[in-house]
Design a protein around this ligand. Structure first.
Ligand code: GTP
Ligand code: SPV
Ligand code: MN
Length: 615
């Protein structure tokens, strides 16, 4: 092998691992990434030269790029995502299990010479503010420059992270971070080696895909995909699947949640987290702008994170949260200046767009961006597109990658290593029926039950049947790295380490009438629900008890300046229907049967209590 090693590290264990990965995958060169602007400029230009990127019009969108993936590589692949543990029951029935020894053998074969003809990049990165007790350092080795530039937006990345790791190992900086692994090994290859003289394609990938997590070794190996959650290994693989395992051992929580600050006119500030399944509105809620009657009175919101929250019992007795990411990898379709101005502002420059359409003046477009469709576009597959041609211009799961620091409502505390204190935890999904706009759980145990039994109609964020209701406990079905039953037990146990408990809520923006129309305007108007939630967190009565939980009284729910929304509409969207709930209870039972072996008895009792109330 004639691999060139451009830099390296004084940290021997890391150097040895990188050398081994290079020997295995035989890249033409190894490049250690420093995270600099210069490196970004070089790599983005290189991606343009090789046809992976199109530089967008610098006058419209400076320093921004469009990538079109292979049509087969557009979303997470849950069917090819593996949790590797000694025994299958450690991964549990909701995960795809594989034997770690067999998987390692299989992947060693796949990675053999898999980077031939390509550059192997070494990316030191940190999830979470580097001085946070929960921060995790990872090193991703990848043969994709697209991954490098996305990782620079999504995580703390580069020389300063490597230096911290080296200093901790040498002892010159004390290691404050929790957890036994010095760094998490993340190996990634698109699985498309180039033979001598073979021309490259714009989006190399392989039909055979493996997203494998070695839980005991705290290691990730991802093969065959260049897309989002499959390839940016700090995100779902590390910050959720591996982190959920670490969190379980170290008494904290790694969750698929946004973190939002609510600022009331009296100067008080309440932080909430919300867990919604993929493409169900986390980014929208995290970036909510209060509607006029609220803005006029001085209400404000701020965002700490839009996708992942790491939570721990702080010494002040409260649950605190950090966002382990530094960027947004948000769903493009439907995002516009009305539905989410804050997201639009965040991506005006220094952004990467994947699988959206290109306009004739070198900017981006997707369904829902403007009311009027442009007369001509290049669609996400690279073909000419005109209105009415029968295809969508952007893929339903097309995404923007944008730096969080460009977000106009980013919370001043978003990089505080100490996190922000959480007063409310919100669960929710896409439900056309059954679920009222909002209700509050009776207590922590009931809240865990509400989260555990969450259901949602499936979206385009993962390959599967769109529209079908599936159980997605805490929005973690694709992301919990161990047995879901044990995960529920961990949630229940966390209560013991807190003296100030957050309140639990369930919301549903997606309830429909008989004609299939949404009953609730949603988006910025969700502020009205948040206000009620905030009041409840701060101890206001404002509601009444029902069989399923506390719901708002009409008198305590603000519908000021909401045109065409009557008391009857409120009652429809808040309706609790005994028959629908009996069906819901029966359907929840299926999940409980699947998880029978590890299901905590508290949740069985919670279900019994609900049944008793529904008689
Ligand atoms: P991931 O990044 O995949 O984890 O998802 P996310 O939860 O951040 O998804 P995102 O915020 O991008 O979800 C966008 C989808 O939710 C779009 O289809 C929006 O139209 C829809 N959406 C968001 N908020 C609302 C709302 O209040 N009402 C309705 N009806 N739809 C909403
Ligand atoms: C999700 O699917 O929940 C996402 C996008 O946030 S991805 O990073 O591709 O997983
Ligand atoms: Mn997500």
């Amino acid at each position: 092998m004639n691999t060139q090693n451009t830099q390296g590290t004084s940290y021997q264990e890391l150097q040895t691992w990188v050398d081994q990965m290079a020997t295995l995958s035989t890249p033409k060169e190894v490049v250690w990434c420093d995270g600099s602007q210069d490196e970004w400029d070089r790599l983005t230009q290189q991606l343009c030269d090789q046809g992976t990127f199109t530089r967008l019009n610098p006058e419209k969108r400076p320093n921004s790029f469009l990538a079109r993936s292979e049509p087969s590589d557009v979303a997470r692949v849950e069917e090819r995502t593996f949790i590797c543990t000694k025994r299958p029951d450690e991964a549990g029935p909701t995960n795809k299990w594989a034997d770690p020894v067999e998987m390692r053998t299989l992947l060693t074969d796949k990675f053999t010479a898999s980077m031939a003809g390509r550059t192997m990049y070494v990316i030191p990165f940190c999830m979470g503010p580097i001085d946070s007790p929960l921060a995790k350092i990872g090193v991703q080795v990848t043969d994709s420059a697209y991954v490098v530039v996305n990782m620079r937006i999504m995580a703390h990345m580069g020389s300063h992270v490597l230096k911290r790791l080296e200093d901790e190992v040498s002892g010159s900086t004390p290691k404050k971070r929790d957890g036994h692994a010095q760094f998490i090994k993340c190996l990634h290859s698109v699985g498309a080696p180039l033979a001598e003289g073979q021309a490259d394609v714009p989006w190399p990938c392989n039909d055979d895909k493996y997203i494998s997590h070695f839980v005991d070794a705290r290691e990730i190996m991802s093969y065959g995909s260049g897309y989002g959650g499959n390839a940016l290994l700090g995100k779902k693989c590390l910050a959720l699947r591996i982190a959920s395992n670490i969190a379980r051992e170290h008494r904290w929580m790694a969750e698929h949640m946004l973190i939002l600050g609510l600022h009331a006119p009296d100067g008080s500030k309440t932080y909430v987290t919300a867990a919604f399944p993929s493409a169900c509105g986390k980014t929208n809620l995290a970036m909510l702008e209060p509607p006029k009657p609220y803005a006029d009175k001085g209400w404000k919101t701020s965002i700490v994170g839009d996708d992942i929250a790491w939570l721990w019992p702080h010494e002040d007795g409260k649950l605190h949260a950090i966002n382990p990411e530094t960027g947004f990898f948000g769903v493009a379709p439907g995002t516009n200046w009305e539905s989410n101005r804050i997201a639009m502002e965040s991506m005006t420059a220094n952004a990467i767009f994947t699988n959206v359409a290109l306009t004739d003046d070198g900017d981006v477009w997707w369904e829902g961006l403007s009311k009027e469709e442009p007369a001509h576009l290049i669609d996400w597959t690279g073909l000419d597109w005109t209105p009415g041609c029968g295809r969508t211009a952007a893929h339903a799961n097309s995404r923007f990658t944008a730096p969080a620091k460009q977000c106009p409502t980013i919370d001043p505390e978003w990089q505080n290593p100490d996190g922000v204190p959480i007063d409310g935890v919100i669960f929710g999904g896409r439900r056309a029926t059954t679920m009222p706009l909002v209700y509050q759980a009776f207590n922590w145990g009931h809240g865990v039950y509400v989260g555990a039994t969450m259901g949602s109609e499936m979206t385009a964020a993962a390959a599967g049947t769109i529209g079908k209701v599936r159980r997605d406990p805490m929005a973690m079905l694709p992301f919990c790295g161990y047995n879901m039953g044990a995960y529920f037990a961990h949630w229940l146990e966390m209560q013991r380490y807190l003296t100030h408990l957050p309140r639990f809520f369930h919301v549903n923006w997606f309830r429909k009438d008989e004609e299939g129309k949404f009953l609730w305007p949603g988006f910025s108007e969700n502020m009205r629900v948040l206000e009620w939630i905030m009041k409840r967190c701060n101890g206001a009565a404002a509601g009444h008890e029902t069989q399923i939980g506390w719901i708002p009284n009409y008198e305590n729910f603000n519908i000021e300046d909401l045109p065409d929304f009557s008391k009857e509409d409120f009652e429809k969207v808040m309706k609790f229907d005994r028959h629908e709930w009996r069906a819901e209870l029966i359907s929840q039972g299926e999940l409980f049967i699947d998880l029978y072996d590890h299901l905590p008895k508290e949740l069985i009792f919670q279900r019994e209590l609900l049944a008793a109330r529904l008689v």
